[in-house]
Write a protein that binds this ligand. Structure first.
Ligand code: 4AD
Ligand code: MG
Length: 465
């Protein structure tokens, strides 16, 4: 670890006035006037950079430096921290030494001082973390991830690492990416029969869509566990809420029923939002000012109100009586569409809402069948502006009903025999849920497009850079 220089976020305090300090970072802007350059330098440790005053009277190499001091260049500065005589910052660094690490020629460097559109920035995913918005998002994302681990640690959960490569389609939606070591180009050329026995695993394998099934095995041994990692879905969705590769947090709890599951989901969201506002105040204020002015009120609604809980059947009634002209008609037995979810969260509840007891036909095989025989113990948490952020359920812990649902869903039972073992031996009531991490980051930052809350978004038609 380099210890001879200081992070900018750590030194910009009045108590350091008079100190001789060294910083390293990237030049954001330069303003020149009469042999003095005012440089704004940012090292990523906070939203605010530091103002460096480069004075030709103090710097021997000033004349040779000036042409290289362009937006994006990387540099080291040593100097004295002084009280700033100008408005805009309390302190500034009076440069005694400036050394350039790498230039960023203005003719070609894509990130100039002006404001760039999100779309333009997506085209340079490797450079966009140097912007205020992506930098602030990244710090908030990191704090949220750490806070997730804090929450579960406090509640006596163990983190488990579930596999990325799997043979089970947990959600049963058939949206899997295949994993193979076969030479597909050669196979196509030879017009060969696809024989998975010759493939790496000796059978078809895929990237996981969810770590839930494996998490269940560990919950039925360690009680309370969670898995938090990347998941993959080959759904051809071009929306601002879907990615082909996204991160999901999945807690799984033995001896929990659906009500316990909903309580945990509500407590978790409240905790995460409260903590992140504390830890990322400066970045959060940036989003409230420049991205979404209604952000503070929306987050407050989550922290302070009890989440409204309504059954799917009640939700259908509400939607039908709403008098709204929805694009997709509302009918008992069909899935709620984004427009319906948004009506419930934004108009009807004006805050978070949990919908539970969905029709079994629209939900995966592992959800516990209710006594009415036509609904399952499922729950979705819907947030204003986002829609579904969490999907969960009490799991079917009874062997016979589970097997019946699996057969109905036409699963290849031999791939799930291990899962059935969990019901054959020492089964218990248990429940869990999945939280879409990017949707959480969207909710906290107000960023409208999910492609702007993950470093390198993977979407249909793009996996480069
Ligand atoms: O509702 P889902 O599909 O639930 C599951 O996968 C369960 N196995 C979870 C569990 O019970 N352990 O997905 C959970 C959440 C959704 O509510 C949503 O927030 C997010 O994952 N999600 C996506 N986020 C981004 N892009 C996508 N394509 C997503 N699909 C789901
Ligand atoms: Mg869902």
């Amino acid at each position: 670890m380099q210890t001879d220089y200081k992070l900018i976020s750590r030194i910009m305090a009045k108590k350091n006035i008079g100190a001789d300090l060294e910083i390293r970072g990237w030049l954001r802007t330069k303003r020149e006037s009469k042999g003095i350059s005012f440089l704004n330098i940012n090292d990523g440790s906070s939203l605010a950079g530091i103002q460096v005053v480069a004075d030709s009277a103090r710097l021997e190499n000033y004349q040779s430096l000036v042409p290289v001091l362009t937006t994006g260049c990387s540099l080291r500065v040593r100097g004295e921290l002084v009280k700033s005589p100008a408005k805009g910052q309390e302190v500034e660094l009076l440069a005694a030494e400036i050394e350039i690490y790498g230039p960023a020629p203005a003719e070609s460097y894509p990130l100039q001082k002006k404001r760039h559109s999100f779309e333009f920035l997506r085209g340079i995913a490797h450079l966009r973390p140097r912007t205020n918005t992506l930098g602030a998002m990244t710090r908030i994302r990191s704090n949220l991830a750490r806070t997730i681990h804090d929450f579960f640690h406090r509640h006596n959960f163990y983190q488990i690492h579930t596999p990325i490569i799997t043979t089970s389609d947990c959600e049963g939606a058939g949206e899997m990416f295949n994993v193979t070591s076969l030479d597909l180009a050669r196979l196509a050329e030879q017009d060969d029969q696809l024989d998975f026995r010759r493939d790496f695993f000796g059978c078809p394998a895929s990237l996981t869509v969810s770590g839930q099934l494996e998490a269940e095995a560990y919950a039925l041994a360690l009680g309370r566990v969670y898995t938090f990692g990347p998941t993959f879905r080959a759904e051809n969705s071009h929306t601002s809420r879907h990615l082909a590769e996204f991160w999901m947090l999945e807690p799984e709890m033995a001896f929990f029923d659906l009500a316990d599951d909903m309580n945990l989901a509500e407590n978790l969201l409240k905790f995460l939002i409260t903590e992140v506002l504390e830890q990322s105040r400066e970045d959060f204020n940036f989003f409230s000012r420049f991205v979404d002015k209604s952000l503070p009120a929306r987050l407050q609604a989550v922290r302070e109100n009890n989440f409204v809980r309504i059954s799917y059947s009640e939700a259908v009634d509400l939607l039908r009586k709403s008098g709204r002209n929805f694009q997709y008609p509302v009918k008992w037995g069909t899935d709620l569409q984004a427009e319906h979810e948004r009506f419930l969260a934004e108009d009807y509840c004006q805050g978070p809402v949990i919908v539970f007891d969905y029709p079994k036909a629209i939900k995966p095989f592992y959800m516990r069948l209710n006594d009415d025989g036509r609904t399952v113990a499922a729950m979705d948490v819907l947030l204003p502006g986002i829609g579904e952020i969490i999907g969960g359920s009490q799991r079917e812990e009874r062997f016979a009903p589970l097997l019946a649902r699996m057969e109905e869903s036409q699963l290849d039972i031999k791939n799930y025999d291990w899962y059935l073992d969990l019901r054959r031996y020492g089964t218990v009531p248990h429940a869990g849920f999945g939280l879409g991490f990017e949707r959480l980051v969207q909710f906290v930052t107000g960023l409208a497009n999910i492609r702007d809350v993950i470093p390198f978004p993977r979407v249909p038609g793009n996996a480069v850079g």
